[in-house]
Design a protein around this ligand. Structure first.
Ligand code: G3H
Ligand code: 13P
Ligand code: ZN
Length: 309
Protein backbone atom coordinates (compact mmCIF):
# COMPACT_ATOMS: atom_id res chain seq x y z
CA UNK A 1 0.00 0.00 0.00
CA UNK A 2 1.39 3.48 -0.86
CA UNK A 3 1.25 6.46 1.49
CA UNK A 4 -2.36 7.53 1.99
CA UNK A 5 -4.09 10.83 2.73
CA UNK A 6 -5.95 11.28 6.00
CA UNK A 7 -9.39 11.49 4.35
CA UNK A 8 -10.51 7.93 4.99
CA UNK A 9 -8.84 7.82 8.43
CA UNK A 10 -10.71 10.94 9.56
CA UNK A 11 -14.04 9.76 8.20
CA UNK A 12 -13.82 6.52 10.18
CA UNK A 13 -12.42 8.27 13.26
CA UNK A 14 -15.24 10.82 13.27
CA UNK A 15 -17.88 8.11 12.95
CA UNK A 16 -16.16 5.85 15.48
CA UNK A 17 -15.54 8.52 18.15
CA UNK A 18 -11.77 8.04 18.23
CA UNK A 19 -8.75 10.00 16.98
CA UNK A 20 -5.70 9.31 14.85
CA UNK A 21 -2.29 9.93 16.45
CA UNK A 22 -0.11 12.40 14.59
CA UNK A 23 3.42 11.93 15.84
CA UNK A 24 6.36 14.19 15.01
CA UNK A 25 9.38 12.44 13.51
CA UNK A 26 12.97 13.65 13.44
CA UNK A 27 15.14 10.55 13.04
CA UNK A 28 15.10 6.84 12.26
CA UNK A 29 14.68 5.57 15.81
CA UNK A 30 11.65 7.78 16.45
CA UNK A 31 10.03 6.61 13.20
CA UNK A 32 10.76 2.98 14.01
CA UNK A 33 9.46 3.22 17.58
CA UNK A 34 6.18 4.76 16.42
CA UNK A 35 5.72 2.33 13.54
CA UNK A 36 6.50 -0.75 15.68
CA UNK A 37 3.85 0.40 18.16
CA UNK A 38 1.26 1.02 15.44
CA UNK A 39 2.03 -2.31 13.78
CA UNK A 40 1.48 -4.22 17.02
CA UNK A 41 -1.71 -2.27 17.71
CA UNK A 42 -2.94 -2.30 14.08
CA UNK A 43 -3.42 1.47 14.12
CA UNK A 44 -3.54 3.91 11.21
CA UNK A 45 -0.84 6.55 11.53
CA UNK A 46 0.03 10.12 10.68
CA UNK A 47 3.77 10.77 10.71
CA UNK A 48 4.43 14.49 10.67
CA UNK A 49 7.49 16.49 9.80
CA UNK A 50 8.05 20.10 10.90
CA UNK A 51 10.21 22.68 9.14
CA UNK A 52 12.74 22.11 11.92
CA UNK A 53 12.71 18.36 11.30
CA UNK A 54 13.28 18.93 7.58
CA UNK A 55 16.25 21.13 8.41
CA UNK A 56 17.65 18.68 10.96
CA UNK A 57 17.27 15.40 9.12
CA UNK A 58 16.83 16.44 5.47
CA UNK A 59 13.40 15.98 3.95
CA UNK A 60 14.57 13.29 1.51
CA UNK A 61 15.91 11.12 4.34
CA UNK A 62 12.68 11.52 6.29
CA UNK A 63 10.47 10.84 3.27
CA UNK A 64 12.43 7.71 2.33
CA UNK A 65 12.33 6.40 5.90
CA UNK A 66 8.57 6.94 6.05
CA UNK A 67 8.25 5.12 2.72
CA UNK A 68 10.27 2.28 4.27
CA UNK A 69 7.85 2.29 7.20
CA UNK A 70 4.91 1.89 4.80
CA UNK A 71 6.65 -0.95 3.00
CA UNK A 72 7.67 -2.87 6.11
CA UNK A 73 4.48 -2.35 8.14
CA UNK A 74 1.76 -2.47 5.48
CA UNK A 75 -0.13 0.10 7.60
CA UNK A 76 -2.10 3.03 6.23
CA UNK A 77 0.35 5.88 6.86
CA UNK A 78 -0.11 9.55 5.98
CA UNK A 79 2.99 11.76 5.64
CA UNK A 80 2.10 15.24 6.84
CA UNK A 81 3.86 18.63 6.96
CA UNK A 82 3.43 20.10 10.45
CA UNK A 83 3.08 23.90 10.75
CA UNK A 84 3.97 24.91 7.20
CA UNK A 85 4.28 28.66 7.33
CA UNK A 86 4.24 29.51 3.62
CA UNK A 87 2.85 28.45 0.27
CA UNK A 88 6.42 27.71 -0.90
CA UNK A 89 7.08 25.24 1.93
CA UNK A 90 3.73 23.50 1.43
CA UNK A 91 4.32 23.28 -2.33
CA UNK A 92 7.76 21.79 -1.77
CA UNK A 93 6.25 19.07 0.44
CA UNK A 94 3.44 18.37 -2.04
CA UNK A 95 6.05 18.08 -4.80
CA UNK A 96 8.23 15.74 -2.75
CA UNK A 97 5.54 13.16 -1.97
CA UNK A 98 3.79 14.27 1.22
CA UNK A 99 0.13 13.26 1.25
CA UNK A 100 -0.99 16.01 3.63
CA UNK A 101 0.22 19.50 4.51
CA UNK A 102 -0.63 21.98 7.22
CA UNK A 103 -0.62 25.64 6.29
CA UNK A 104 -0.41 27.51 9.57
CA UNK A 105 -1.27 31.09 8.71
CA UNK A 106 -2.93 31.58 12.09
CA UNK A 107 -0.62 34.46 12.98
CA UNK A 108 -2.10 36.47 10.09
CA UNK A 109 -5.40 38.38 10.21
CA UNK A 110 -8.50 36.31 9.35
CA UNK A 111 -8.81 37.46 5.70
CA UNK A 112 -5.14 36.85 5.03
CA UNK A 113 -5.27 33.43 6.72
CA UNK A 114 -8.11 32.60 4.30
CA UNK A 115 -6.18 33.81 1.23
CA UNK A 116 -2.95 31.96 2.07
CA UNK A 117 -4.82 28.78 3.02
CA UNK A 118 -6.93 28.89 -0.15
CA UNK A 119 -3.83 29.15 -2.31
CA UNK A 120 -2.32 26.07 -0.63
CA UNK A 121 -5.59 24.14 -0.91
CA UNK A 122 -5.84 24.81 -4.64
CA UNK A 123 -2.32 23.56 -5.32
CA UNK A 124 -2.52 20.60 -2.93
CA UNK A 125 -5.93 19.40 -4.16
CA UNK A 126 -4.71 19.56 -7.77
CA UNK A 127 -2.03 17.07 -6.67
CA UNK A 128 -4.24 14.76 -4.58
CA UNK A 129 -2.92 16.12 -1.27
CA UNK A 130 -5.09 17.18 1.67
CA UNK A 131 -4.70 20.34 3.75
CA UNK A 132 -5.01 21.23 7.44
CA UNK A 133 -5.23 24.88 8.49
CA UNK A 134 -5.39 26.66 11.84
CA UNK A 135 -7.80 29.21 13.24
CA UNK A 136 -7.05 30.75 16.63
CA UNK A 137 -3.58 30.82 18.17
CA UNK A 138 -2.02 28.23 20.47
CA UNK A 139 0.51 29.37 23.05
CA UNK A 140 3.84 27.63 23.45
CA UNK A 141 7.38 27.44 22.21
CA UNK A 142 9.03 25.01 19.86
CA UNK A 143 11.59 25.54 17.08
CA UNK A 144 9.50 27.30 14.51
CA UNK A 145 6.44 27.99 16.64
CA UNK A 146 6.70 30.63 19.32
CA UNK A 147 3.57 32.27 20.70
CA UNK A 148 3.48 33.86 24.14
CA UNK A 149 0.48 33.28 26.41
CA UNK A 150 -0.66 36.88 25.93
CA UNK A 151 -0.72 36.47 22.13
CA UNK A 152 -2.62 33.19 22.25
CA UNK A 153 -6.29 33.32 21.23
CA UNK A 154 -9.11 30.81 21.40
CA UNK A 155 -10.82 29.92 18.15
CA UNK A 156 -13.97 31.92 17.51
CA UNK A 157 -16.75 29.48 16.52
CA UNK A 158 -18.43 32.29 14.58
CA UNK A 159 -15.55 32.22 12.08
CA UNK A 160 -15.21 28.51 11.34
CA UNK A 161 -17.94 28.05 8.71
CA UNK A 162 -16.78 31.02 6.66
CA UNK A 163 -13.15 29.87 6.95
CA UNK A 164 -13.86 26.32 5.83
CA UNK A 165 -16.21 27.24 3.02
CA UNK A 166 -13.96 29.98 1.62
CA UNK A 167 -10.73 27.93 1.78
CA UNK A 168 -11.97 24.41 0.98
CA UNK A 169 -9.62 23.08 3.66
CA UNK A 170 -9.91 19.39 4.70
CA UNK A 171 -9.37 19.69 8.47
CA UNK A 172 -9.06 22.51 10.97
CA UNK A 173 -6.79 22.93 13.98
CA UNK A 174 -8.46 24.95 16.70
CA UNK A 175 -7.24 26.62 19.89
CA UNK A 176 -9.14 25.55 23.01
CA UNK A 177 -6.40 25.92 25.62
CA UNK A 178 -3.77 23.37 24.67
CA UNK A 179 -0.27 24.67 23.96
CA UNK A 180 3.00 23.44 22.50
CA UNK A 181 5.81 22.09 24.64
CA UNK A 182 6.04 20.47 28.08
CA UNK A 183 4.79 23.43 30.16
CA UNK A 184 1.13 23.79 29.27
CA UNK A 185 -0.66 24.71 32.48
CA UNK A 186 0.50 26.37 35.69
CA UNK A 187 -2.34 25.04 37.84
CA UNK A 188 -5.42 23.02 37.00
CA UNK A 189 -5.56 22.04 33.31
CA UNK A 190 -8.52 23.62 31.60
CA UNK A 191 -9.75 23.15 28.05
CA UNK A 192 -12.64 25.02 26.43
CA UNK A 193 -14.81 22.04 25.53
CA UNK A 194 -17.65 24.50 25.01
CA UNK A 195 -15.74 25.92 22.01
CA UNK A 196 -15.06 22.44 20.64
CA UNK A 197 -18.73 21.54 21.01
CA UNK A 198 -19.85 24.73 19.25
CA UNK A 199 -17.34 24.23 16.43
CA UNK A 200 -18.62 20.66 16.06
CA UNK A 201 -22.18 21.96 15.72
CA UNK A 202 -21.19 24.56 13.12
CA UNK A 203 -19.21 22.02 11.08
CA UNK A 204 -21.04 18.70 11.34
CA UNK A 205 -18.89 15.74 10.28
CA UNK A 206 -15.83 17.93 9.75
CA UNK A 207 -12.50 16.74 11.24
CA UNK A 208 -10.99 18.96 13.94
CA UNK A 209 -7.33 18.80 14.96
CA UNK A 210 -5.84 19.27 18.42
CA UNK A 211 -2.26 20.53 18.57
CA UNK A 212 -0.19 20.77 21.72
CA UNK A 213 -1.71 17.55 23.02
CA UNK A 214 1.14 15.87 24.86
CA UNK A 215 0.13 14.68 28.33
CA UNK A 216 3.65 15.09 29.76
CA UNK A 217 3.33 11.94 31.93
CA UNK A 218 4.94 12.54 35.29
CA UNK A 219 6.66 9.15 35.18
CA UNK A 220 8.57 10.31 32.08
CA UNK A 221 9.40 13.67 33.67
CA UNK A 222 10.64 11.79 36.73
CA UNK A 223 13.01 9.65 34.64
CA UNK A 224 14.40 12.78 32.96
CA UNK A 225 14.80 14.48 36.34
CA UNK A 226 16.19 11.40 38.12
CA UNK A 227 19.18 11.33 35.84
CA UNK A 228 20.37 14.89 35.90
CA UNK A 229 17.46 16.70 34.24
CA UNK A 230 15.57 19.62 35.65
CA UNK A 231 11.98 20.08 34.51
CA UNK A 232 10.04 21.32 37.54
CA UNK A 233 6.46 22.24 36.77
CA UNK A 234 6.21 20.40 33.45
CA UNK A 235 2.53 19.64 32.91
CA UNK A 236 0.48 18.42 29.95
CA UNK A 237 -3.09 17.75 28.87
CA UNK A 238 -4.71 15.11 31.10
CA UNK A 239 -5.42 11.93 29.18
CA UNK A 240 -9.11 11.91 30.07
CA UNK A 241 -9.47 15.32 28.37
CA UNK A 242 -7.86 13.94 25.22
CA UNK A 243 -10.20 10.95 25.29
CA UNK A 244 -13.16 13.30 25.62
CA UNK A 245 -11.92 15.42 22.69
CA UNK A 246 -11.45 12.25 20.60
CA UNK A 247 -15.04 11.24 21.30
CA UNK A 248 -16.18 14.63 19.99
CA UNK A 249 -15.14 16.22 16.64
CA UNK A 250 -11.38 15.85 17.16
CA UNK A 251 -10.00 13.33 14.66
CA UNK A 252 -6.25 14.13 14.84
CA UNK A 253 -4.23 14.58 18.01
CA UNK A 254 -0.66 15.93 17.70
CA UNK A 255 2.02 14.53 19.97
CA UNK A 256 5.67 15.52 19.98
CA UNK A 257 6.84 16.58 23.45
CA UNK A 258 5.98 13.20 25.02
CA UNK A 259 8.23 11.48 22.48
CA UNK A 260 11.03 13.94 23.27
CA UNK A 261 10.67 13.14 26.97
CA UNK A 262 10.72 9.41 26.26
CA UNK A 263 13.89 9.66 24.15
CA UNK A 264 15.72 11.95 26.56
CA UNK A 265 14.72 9.99 29.66
CA UNK A 266 15.82 6.69 28.13
CA UNK A 267 19.18 8.07 27.08
CA UNK A 268 19.84 9.80 30.40
CA UNK A 269 18.89 6.63 32.27
CA UNK A 270 21.05 4.50 30.01
CA UNK A 271 24.17 6.61 30.58
CA UNK A 272 23.55 6.86 34.31
CA UNK A 273 23.46 3.06 34.52
CA UNK A 274 26.08 2.36 31.83
CA UNK A 275 28.61 5.20 31.93
CA UNK A 276 31.17 3.31 29.86
CA UNK A 277 28.93 2.72 26.83
CA UNK A 278 29.82 4.56 23.66
CA UNK A 279 28.15 2.57 20.87
CA UNK A 280 25.15 4.72 19.79
CA UNK A 281 23.06 1.58 19.29
CA UNK A 282 23.37 0.90 23.02
CA UNK A 283 21.48 4.09 23.92
CA UNK A 284 19.44 4.76 20.78
CA UNK A 285 17.94 1.25 21.03
CA UNK A 286 16.42 1.97 24.48
CA UNK A 287 15.28 5.39 23.20
CA UNK A 288 13.44 3.68 20.31
CA UNK A 289 11.86 1.22 22.75
CA UNK A 290 10.75 4.07 25.03
CA UNK A 291 9.07 5.82 22.08
CA UNK A 292 7.33 2.57 21.18
CA UNK A 293 5.93 2.09 24.70
CA UNK A 294 4.64 5.68 24.90
CA UNK A 295 2.99 5.40 21.48
CA UNK A 296 1.37 2.03 22.30
CA UNK A 297 -0.14 3.57 25.41
CA UNK A 298 -1.47 6.54 23.42
CA UNK A 299 -2.96 4.39 20.65
CA UNK A 300 -4.80 2.07 23.00
CA UNK A 301 -5.62 4.14 26.08
CA UNK A 302 -5.87 7.70 24.80
CA UNK A 303 -6.71 7.80 21.09
CA UNK A 304 -8.67 4.56 20.80
CA UNK A 305 -7.39 3.93 17.25
CA UNK A 306 -5.97 0.46 17.88
CA UNK A 307 -7.37 -2.25 15.57
CA UNK A 308 -8.65 0.45 13.16
CA UNK A 309 -6.02 0.03 10.42
O1 G3H B 1 4.37 21.99 17.05
C1 G3H B 1 5.53 21.82 16.72
C2 G3H B 1 6.15 20.47 16.76
O2 G3H B 1 6.21 19.95 18.05
C3 G3H B 1 7.45 20.48 16.07
O3 G3H B 1 8.39 21.15 16.80
O4 G3H B 1 9.31 22.84 15.23
O5 G3H B 1 10.62 22.03 17.23
O6 G3H B 1 10.25 20.52 15.26
P1 G3H B 1 9.74 21.67 16.08
P1 13P C 1 3.13 18.89 21.94
O1 13P C 1 4.23 19.88 22.12
O2 13P C 1 2.09 19.01 23.01
O3 13P C 1 3.62 17.49 21.80
O4 13P C 1 2.37 19.26 20.58
C1 13P C 1 2.90 18.86 19.33
C2 13P C 1 2.24 19.53 18.20
O5 13P C 1 1.21 20.17 18.30
C3 13P C 1 2.88 19.38 16.89
O6 13P C 1 2.27 20.15 15.91
ZN1 ZN D 1 1.43 22.01 16.62
Amino acid sequence: MPLVTSTEMFKKAYEGGYAIGAFNVNNMEIIQGIVEAATEEKAPLILQVSAGARKYANTTYLTKMVEAAVETSGLPICLHLDHGDSFALCKDCVDSGFTSVMIDASSHPFAENINITKQVVEYAHDHGVVVEAELGKLAGIEDAVNVSAKDAAFTDPDQVQEFVSKTGVDSLAIAIGTSHGAYKFKGQAQLRFDILEEVGKRLPGFPIVLHGASSVPQELVKIVNNYGGSMPGAQGVPEEMLRKAASMAVCKINIDSDLRLAVTGAIREHFALNPSHFDPRQYLGPAREAVKQVVKHKLVNVLGCNNKA
